[in-house]
Each structure stands twice: as C-alpha cells, then as structure tokens.
Design a protein around this ligand. Structure first.
Ligand code: ATP
Length: 449
C-alpha cells in the first residue's frame, strides 16, 4: 500500500453521509460496528452496479444463467466446502490495550496502537453461527453464508437438468454474505455484512487456463468500460503460498483506494475441488456427461468473485473531483451515466404555478424512462452544484421562455455546457446523450439505460 490516491477517504465518507448515499447502521443507537445502511442515493448506485454486472454477465451472454439461492444452507455444505475447518484468520490480542489484530496483516510483532505485547495467534472462524428452530443446541446450528458461491455448486445438477446447458457455461448470483471479520474498517471496504457478485464458470478440464485468462480480461474491461481510470487498476497474481491448496491460480483485480492498492475482485481457477467435495459429502453424482463423447467428467471452475460494496466505493473514489469554479470549489462525481443515481434532474426556475405545471409534466415524462430528480429550492446555480455532487449527468432547466417557445435548457455535468432544445426532442436527446452520442446525432425515439 504505497501510493495514495488523491481523494481522502474522509471526503467520500462525508459526501456519502451528507447527501444520503450511506449511513452507519442503527445510528440512533450509536451505530453497529462495520455495518452500513444505503440511503436513497446509495441504494440507486448499488442497484445500478448490480444491474450493470448482471447485464454483462447474464443478460448479454448465451452461456451464463442466473440463480438466487438461500443464505441459510445445510451445515454439511460448509463441511464439504472446507469453511468449517479452514475458514479462519489468525487472531492476536494486545495484552495491554486489549485491541485485536489479524496476525497475518501485521508487519510488526508488537501492538500497532500502544506497542504492547501480543498473545500467540489463535485461529478464529469467520462464519456467523445461529440456530434453526426453537432449540439452541449443537444439532440445530446453521451458518450465515460467507460467500454466495456454494449455493451455485450445490445447484449445479439442477441447472444442468433444467436448462440443458453444455460446457462451457456459467452460473451467476448476487447476494448478501456475512463474515465475522476480526478487523474491519475503511468505510464499506471491509464490513461484516456485504454483497457479492459471483460467477462460477464450468469448463472442460484442460481448457481452464484459457478460460481463466478470458475471464481476467472480461472482468478488467468491465471496470474500465464503467469509467474506472486504467491507472487506478491492476492485476495482482497470488503467490504460491497464498493460494488455496486446491487452486491452480488466482489473480486479484486491485483498485487504488485512498488507503492504497487493495482487492476489488478475485478471479480464481478452482479446478474440480468444489463439485468433487459436494459429491463426496452428499453422495450425489455431480458429474457432467458430454453429449458427444458420452464421457463423464467433473468440470473445472473459473470463479470471478466481486464485492458490490467495494465496487461502489471504487466507483465513488474514482469519480470524485474538486475543481475551482468562480472562487468556489465545485465537487463533482463524474460517475458513468449508467451508475449515476439520477440520470437527469428537472429544475423549474421559479415556483410560479404555470412553470411548475410544465416542469411536473416534463418530470412525469422523463421518469417513465429513467430515475429522474426534481429540485425547485434555492438558486439554479446552487441546484446545479447539488446535482454535480451526486453525479447527475444532465439537468433540464425550465424558465419563463419555455412557456412561450416550448424549449428547455439541458446542462451537462462534466462540461457544464448548456444547449436549448425543443421539449418534444427532450427524451430523445437525453437518451442519445446517455448512450454516449453527441447532441447532433439523434436516434429515432428515446433509449432507456
Ligand atoms: P480479503 O482478502 O480482502 O479479506 P478475500 O480474498 O477474503 O478478501 P474473497 O473471499 O475472494 O475475498 O471474496 C470475493 C470478494 O468479496 C472480494 O474481492 C471483495 O470484493 C468481497 N469481500 C470479501 N470480504 C468482504 C468484506 N468483509 N467486506 C466487503 N467486501 C468483501
């Protein structure tokens, strides 16, 4: 973690708090450590990130289908997957100040806070335990899933039987996961409840290296297409001693967060470990029969596994700019339009009745297509600033001339350029702009993102 990104985390936390992106969980009770609530704007960007992922990974592909499996699973799933025995981190306590640390993350042997002596490391399992039903005994222990992937593996045969998918094909899932992390922090980067976006891509053994490379490129391009600057992204290959015993290779996509380079997504070649284990523990065959050769094989798996919350944080950090503007500082989130909470906001210049009616009519028309904001308080300059700060790509201003000439002004977030266009062209023009086209080239009809 050497280079430091230009934006400090405190700026992002403060913007998120101030504008309703992200709040501490249970705040009126003093908060709950490392749990976060997404506010009215946060829920939109988070939804947009998941939808962008789903579009790229499922909707636009012939070889991937989706699933939504339950968070609580049979406890044997976690025996088979190795989580009960092996999903732990080495924990050390400071004998002096009592703070706890992950031994593998400490570069020194004394407490980083007070310099006190540390205990010997002991293994701490990261899974949250609870009980199924009214009796709290060992027979009723269940776990909150620490990853979404196992729900995919245990449904492998169901998907093969019902979809008749042929190798290579993938199964994708997004959803909540829970880890009782020893050290949390850096805002939503590491929390105890978070969301993942995971793909398990099943391939014929022997083609796994090629597919591993393919998915590394696909996933890197996904972040780039959504506007992450190339200099803020890189791959980090796992060293041999970091790899899980069953994995043939793993690459992390790392982002330059304010605290330094850190993992955004892991892309692993898991070989046939998961299906073999579940087959062994469940007694059910998870083999795949090739329709041509009739051979029975256990497919290999390439797993791109991304975090929704880490992605949201990366998109926010990457988009945050402070620019001098008329002796003030303009804060602007240059979010990719498909991620911005509002695509467009309607601003009537005054609250006079006839102007408000026109503005509301325009708002009603636009929101059929996109998340559309409406703001009629304070000066229009202030309102532009507020929209810049939350990343709204376009504002539509309605003034008194609009009542006469049926035209409105569109103002762009990034260039702050303004153009005046007929109201009947509005939807089509914004559609074209959101799709990345210039004002001059208008497709017939609007386009929804
Ligand atoms: P780390 O080394 O940071 O603990 P990991 O290697 O254990 O992460 P994976 O098990 O590969 O993480 O999980 C896949 C993805 O899920 C990560 O790349 C990350 O984006 C996300 N993720 C994992 N743990 C957390 C967490 N505690 N909070 C937020 N996101 C997480």
């Amino acid at each position: 973690m050497s280079e430091i990104n230009q934006v400090g985390m405190e700026k992002i936390v403060s913007l998120c708090r101030r504008r309703g992106f992200i709040f501490p969980s249970s705040e009126i009770y003093g908060g709950l450590s490392s749990c976060w609530d997404y506010g009215p704007l946060g829920v939109e960007i988070k939804r947009n990130v998941k939808e962008a992922w789903w579009r790229a990974m499922v909707q636009n592909r012939d070889d991937v289908v989706g699933l939504d499996t339950s968070i609580l699973m049979h406890p044997n799933v976690w025996k088979a997957s190795g989580h009960i025995d092996g999903f732990s981190d080495p924990l050390v306590d400071c004998k002096n100040c009592k703070l706890r640390w992950r031994a593998d993350e400490l570069k020194i042997t004394v407490c980083p806070t007070c310099g006190g002596e540390l205990t010997e490391p002991r293994q701490f399992n990261l899974m949250f335990k609870t009980f199924m039903g009214p009796v709290e005994d060992a027979a009723n222990i269940v776990y909150l899933r620490p990853e979404t992937a196992q729900g995919i593996f245990v449904n492998f045969q169901n998907v093969v039987n019902t979809t008749r998918k042929k190798l290579p094909f993938g199964i994708a899932q997004t959803g909540k996961s829970f880890r009782n992390e020893i050290t949390t922090g850096n805002f939503i980067f590491r929390s105890r409840e978070f969301e993942q976006m995971e793909l398990e891509f099943f391939v014929i053994p022997g083609t796994d290296i090629k597919w591993h490379e393919y998915w590394r490129n696909e996933r890197m391009n996904w972040y780039l297409k959504l506007g992450i600057k190339p200099e803020n992204l890189h791959f980090r290959e796992h060293a041999k001693d970091e790899l899980a015993h069953y994995a043939k290779g793993c690459y992390d996509i790392e982002f330059l967060f304010p605290m330094g380079w850190a993992e955004l997504e892991g892309i692993a070649n898991r070989c046939d470990f998961d299906l073999t284990q579940h087959s062994k523990f469940s007694g059910k065959s998870l083999e795949y029969q090739d329709s041509e050769s009739k051979e029975h094989i256990i497919p290999y798996v390439i797993e791109p596994s991304a975090g929704v919350d880490r992605s949201v944080l990366a998109f926010l950090c990457n988009a945050y700019y402070e620019e001098p503007d008329k002796e003030e500082i303009r804060v602007v989130l240059r979010l990719h339009p498909s991620l911005a909470p509002f695509k467009v906001t309607v601003l009537p210049l005054s609250r006079k009745e006839n102007l408000v009616k026109l503005a509301k009519d325009i708002h009603t028309g636009l929101r059929e297509c996109w998340m559309t904001g409406y703001d009629d308080s304070q000066s229009v300059g202030r309102r532009y600033r507020r929209q810049d700060e939350i990343g709204t790509p376009y504002c539509v201003t309605i003034d008194f001339d609009s009542l006469e000439d049926n035209q409105v002004t569109i103002r762009e977030r990034d260039s702050m350029k303004q153009v005046r266009i007929p109201i009947r062209e509005l939807q089509k023009t914004i559609g074209a702009k959101l799709a990345g086209e210039s004002f001059e080239v208008l497709p017939p009809g609007g386009r929804c993102l």
